[in-house]
Write a protein that binds this ligand. Sequence first.
Ligand code: ADP
Ligand code: ADP
Length: 229
Amino acid sequence: NYAVELKGLTKTYQASGKSEAKKALIDVDLAIPRGSVFGLLGPNGAGKSTMINILAGLVNKTSGSARIWDLDINSDTRQARAAIGVVPQELNVDPFFTPRELLELQAGLYGVPPRERQSDEILAALGLSDKANAYARTLSGGMRRRLMVAKAMVHNPPVLVLDEPTAGVDIELRQQLWAHVRELNANGTTVLLTTHYLEEAEELCDQIAIINHGRVIACDTTPALLARL
Ligand code: ADP
Ligand code: ADP
């Protein structure tokens, strides 16, 4: 019983126009324990976003299987979708809506009944209570990032995925985001994050998988993995 389980996962992007076919993931096996903070570490182009986009349903796998909380993403798509929240790399926040409105909208998309919605609690957990009713265009970059995390949490998924959560973020904000990740994990959420900073994986993760050219080349607990580097 894992939070995420990948078996033989392979993704080949088809050739189109002048671009050649590209093997972005090759026969990836990965088992992410429930309750952990798991880091997917690798350089640009390694295949990290492809893996996350497959879990998020944005990219179709070529072969192999992917299960989220024991639900197959292809045969139990709806249930698998309910079990995962994905924070994309881009800060695509609608500027003319407030955080509370955006969370309500997202909750509606996920079919969370109004009486079960916890927008205020989620905004508080991410330090956004003061901005709950402010237009998103008035939020700082750091607040927008935290709003993206809040949006991914509205349906209370057991698994939260963060794609490069601190890419291009200053040191102060990075530490603030790390604190929020730890807090979400302490409250029971399994966290899967991608990063190309070893320091970030070392700081946050219980286990690390190193991915390069579409293959997992090492996977271990953080202390064991660091001892081998
Ligand atoms: P389409 O317009 O066909 O729906 P995209 O806009 O995703 O597809 O991609 C346009 C072209 O750029 C395609 O040939 C695709 O393979 C290529 N492409 C898209 N994203 C990447 C990427 N991250 N790395 C390399 N090639 C990419
Ligand atoms: P990472 O997130 O680790 O930087 P990606 O998963 O974005 O890696 O990319 C893995 C490989 O697949 C790269 O070589 C990238 O150029 C290629 N790629 C990603 N998306 C597309 C696409 N839509 N079409 C073609 N190639 C792509």
